[in-house]
Design a protein around this ligand. Sequence first.
Ligand code: SAH
Ligand code: SF4
Length: 427
Amino acid sequence: MNVADSEVVASVLGEEHYEVTNDESEADLVLINTCSIRDNAEKRIWNRLDALKHNKKINPELKVGVIGCMAERLGGKLAENKLVSLVAGPDSYRKLPGMLTMADKGDPAIDTELSKEETYAGILPKRLEENAFGGFVSISRGCNNFCTYCIVPYTRGRERSRNPEDVMSEVQELINTGHKEITLLGQNVNSYHYKTDEADIDFPDLLKSVSKLDTTVRIRFTTSHPKDISDKLIETIAENDNICNHIHLPVQSGSSRMLKLMNRKYDRDWYMERIQKIHEFIPNCGITTDIFCGFHDETEVDHQQTLSLMKEVGFDWAFMFKYSEREGTYAAKHLKDNVPEETKTKRLQEIIALQQELSIKSNKADIGKKFAVLAEGVSKKSDQELFGRNEQNKVIVFPKGNYNPGDYVQVKVFDCSSATLKGSLVE
Ligand code: SAH
Ligand code: SF4
């Protein structure tokens, strides 16, 4: 999502004749697009700011700005750092040119106003990775869910769905410029709903229309909220071949008691029923998730329920975290961060170890199967090999043969680790 937002920023500044450079030492302006989801994400930014002091010594004209969620959360506090002359929240990017002019005059420019309407309509993002075959398109901004532990509704504001015509023309532009895979983005992508007097378009409608633009281009989407995985959405994925059979469906916990404390709006049974429905309609669907342990009052029994749910679903892959209390959230005010750090660490290790086993099991089950892989680049280990992903979003390494990045290649899997599949070319 931050990559997609940085592309909006690059477009806004491109209009003002700024150019993007990949060489930091050459930059006159460094904007750090930030995440506040966990404390360690923010710590990395403070370290990055420290490191930039060196650049400033070499180039005293260098301007540094902090944008995104951490800018929204900390506002003026960031500008207390002498290096930072600009602080812009996620809804302030149109104002960046004016803010830069202001920063030039000496005072730090700070804008953290959130908007109920801003979707950056009319701004065509400037693609930052020129040789990429995959592109991102934001279809909604913000989040209304207020999971009790989460900072996102405060830093990114209310949920807004973008005009479908803008989404379609952005996707078309990516197709025209040779992209082979498009990922639709939203914090809660499947709650997309564009409603006016003339239009009433939900996520499955949009997904289907996008997939019809060019059936040789793959469509992905993330992140789906379990409460909004409707039958219509599952059927739409099943019916359209170029919509990838992969759903990233963050469960967070296997304990219904925890899910209630988290305000996730579903329970374990609901989640498992949705998983069954996915299997029924999309038999070869990749399913991945997010899990975090150690939330308020989490007991060993709750934790065991997370482990048992993981086994029951057999996730292909997961992002796994320890709970990190975020100031300003409902949990920070009312649900004490009372699981000891050692317990969090131990539980996270158990979750990671189990997921490792599940990923290996899932990958072993692919041995002997054939997949269409979109080649993304040359393998790190050998220039005679390429890597790419199958529909299920698993990474596959295979011989280069006569193929190049950007090609769709038929590959048969013969070996695997927990993180990658190895395949041979199918002639
Ligand atoms: N909107 C998406 C996820 C956004 S944040 C969703 O609801 O699924 C990505 C992941 O970070 C979440 O799924 C959750 O697992 C994790 N996360 C969010 N807040 C957290 C916190 N305070 N501490 C630890 N992990 C957190
Ligand atoms: Fe955060 Fe919940 Fe919104 Fe996801 S759905 S961004 S976890 S509040």
